[in-house]
Design a binder for this molecule. Structure first.
Ligand code: AQP
Length: 331
């Protein structure tokens, strides 16, 4: 059976962008693939973060995974920091990616340019190396991600070529990024030129927002001049973003949504339909989350997940160590 691997980093409150671009799709892989889904908590340390915030976000993500329909019997749900092989493979792979290619990563450029240039952590720069370790430890065939993570998976593909060629063996499986056709890049509701992002929350809808707040945020989303509702991301970015949200949550294509709204000539009416759709989906999701977040299910799932993930990851790590010439004692 082929493997799928994905994760979310607990850097903030999860947004509707994370839900549509990632979380909502994860359960689709658990019947077809051997599914590994983790919480990328080591990645969350790449920017300064309050410890209690990180801990709470981590618990939240486990509860969100379960509320989104991930079944621990079918999907291995685990914490990155529970599987030490991630850090160990990172220490090896860091020698096989180059500073030039890491400095060209869009996410690094975006995040680092907002920072004091003398205080950019090495971890932020080397973020894609750890992400390669995450993917390659499980020999993942597919990596479901939103648009912004595609570049990192492509860098990982370069690393696989380089590593396998250097040692003349197919040690690592070539991963393929899987980007949702609809909703791979949900934009901010207050500035549709910017991605909705949990660590830079402007115009975000959070998955834990009160439903009334969600409605208010959608009703006051920035729109464009005019009153017709059609998809045109260049000239109507605000309306197009709301259409994208609606399409993703209705499992419809943009063409179908264009057709559905062609006779609506009032943004207010359109926004109300979008708000109803978001609430129809997020309302029951929040109820499931509330039933899980204070139960002992979270620790049980993580404990079981750590065992299963470590077993697979340690096997790969051992092969890599032998391949690069590290001495591995017979057991
Ligand atoms: N706005 C978005 N639209 C669609 N997909 C999105 N994703 C993130 N934002 C959107 C997808 O969510 C998954 C988890 O992302 P991550 O936690 O690994 O970090 P990220 O990609 O950097 O997401 P954020 O929310 O912007 O986090 P911060 O602010 O911490 O960097 C990924 O599959 C991502 O593509």
């Amino acid at each position: 059976m082929k493997r799928s691997l994905s994760g979310i980093k607990p850097t903030g409150n999860l947004t509707l962008g994370n839900y549509i671009g990632a979380l909502r799709n994860f359960k689709n892989y658990q019947d077809e693939y051997e599914n590994f889904i983790f919480i990328a908590d080591l990645h969350a340390l790449t920017l300064p973060i309050e410890p209690s915030f990180l801990r709470n976000n981590t618990k939240d993500i486990v509860a969100f995974y379960l509320a989104a329909g991930l079944d621990p019997e079918k999907t291995t749900i685990f914490l990155q920091s529970d599987v030490s092989a991630h850090s160990e493979l990172n220490s090896i792979l860091i020698n096989y990616l180059y500073m030039g290619e890491l400095s060209r990563m869009t996410q690094f450029k975006d995040k680092s340019q907002k920072m004091n240039q003398n205080a950019i952590g090495l971890g932020l720069f080397a973020y894609p190396v750890l992400m390669c370790a995450d993917i390659l430890l499980y020999n993942a065939d597919v990596v479901p991600v939103g648009e912004d993570q595609k570049q990192h998976v492509e860098l990982c593909r370069d690393l696989v070529h380089r590593f396998n060629n250097r040692y003349n063996k197919e040690l690592f499986t070539m991963p393929t990024p899987v980007i949702p056709k609809i909703g791979a890049r949900i934009m901010s509701l207050s500035d549709p030129s910017k991605k909705m992002s949990k660590s830079d929350p402007k115009g975000d809808i959070f998955l834990k927002d009160d439903l009334n707040i969600i409605r208010k945020k959608i009703m006051s989303a920035v729109t464009d001049t005019g009153s017709d509702v059609y998809y045109d991301p260049i000239n109507k970015p605000g309306i197009s973003n709301l259409m994208m949200i609606y399409a993703a949550l209705s499992d419809k294509t943009i063409e179908e949504v264009n057709e559905q709204f062609k006779d609506i000539h009032q943004y207010g009416t359109f926004k109300k339909i979008v708000a109803d759709k978001v609430i129809e989906e997020i309302g029951p999701f929040q109820e499931r989350y509330k039933a899980i977040i204070n139960s002992d299910l979270i620790d049980k799932v993580l404990e079981e997940g750590a065992k299963k993930a470590s077993y697979v990851a340690n096997k790969t790590l051992s092969k890599v160590k032998k391949t690069v010439g590290l001495y591995v004692r017979k057991k």
